[in-house]
Design a protein around this ligand. Structure first.
Ligand code: 13P
Length: 250
């Protein structure tokens, strides 16, 4: 790990009900322990639970984020959407943008770029997801895909100090398959170098996401360029999520 903190972002996707909010009590407890004071834990539950999470986590150092936002900073006739201003107003500090599951239902690079801009305007920290498909990987297109996503997503943005990149190869999400360490290191370095070259003075933070589990985290942590993890399935089970955090530090 190269930055001061290690990030553990729990992306609950479209899971979780009112009852599941209490399941994070154990995580709150360990977040207060000294051994883990270098961890930054961020919960991204579905919209329906954001308010509950914000209230519950108020007196902790755990942060809350949304899983997406509308691209407009202004209120308007956009049925079914909420924007970054509303998310900030609720007490959240983070937003995930560009997740492959959102891209999959029509989110374009242009839209992603607008969402990132409006989130910066509204003082949210952004977890910007990029990653290649299996087909693209097989055709050795990974680096082209990553640099295109970065170029288009961050177009005309000057300051990326509040933007964290999450590298999530699509073929790793929910499959139990993670990239080999050498391949992962290579892609993470590629992303960091791209950001250093295009955004002077930035200290890029890059997380890895895709089937992170208590079983593979120790091996992933060997890649010291990884600044943390974006965890899907395993983050909904507090024991597993805690295990991931513990194994990162021990
Ligand atoms: P899984 O950890 O379930 O593979 O999901 C990864 C992910 O998409 C996190 O955003």
């Amino acid at each position: 790990m190269t930055n001061k903190y290690k990030y553990f972002v729990a992306n609950w996707k479209m899971f979780g009900d009112i009852k599941s909010v209490n399941s994070i009590n154990k995580v709150i407890k360990i977040s207060r322990m000294k051994n883990f004071n270098k961890s930054k834990i961020i919960y991204c539950p579905p919209y329906t639970l954001l308010d509950k999470f914000v209230r519950k986590l108020k007196k902790t150092n755990i942060q809350v984020g949304a899983q997406n936002c509308h691209q407009s900073s202004f209120s308007g006739p956009f049925t079914g959407f909420i924007n970054s201003k509303m998310i900030k107003n609720l007490g959240c500090n983070y937003v995930i943008i560009g997740h492959s599951e959102s891209r999959n239902v029509g989110e374009t690079d242009l839209l992603i770029n607008k969402k990132i801009k409006s989130s910066i305007e509204n003082n949210l920290k952004i977890i910007f997801c990029i990653g290649e498909s299996l087909n693209e990987k097989k055709r050795k297109k990974t680096k082209i895909i990553l640099s295109n996503q970065l170029k288009k997503g961050l177009k005309n943005i000057k300051n990326i100090k509040n933007t964290i990149i999450a590298y999530e190869p699509i073929w790793s999400i929910g499959t139990g398959v993670v990239p080999k360490n050498k391949e992962l290191l290579n892609n993470i370095l590629f992303i960091k170098n791209f950001l250093r070259k295009n955004f002077k003075n930035s200290k890029p933070k890059v997380l890895y996401g895709g089937s992170v589990s208590p079983k593979n985290v120790k091996n992933l942590v060997k890649i010291n360029q990884i600044d943390g993890f974006l965890v899907g399935g395993a983050s909904q089970n507090s024991n597993k999520f805690i295990d991931i955090i513990k194994k990162t530090f021990n």
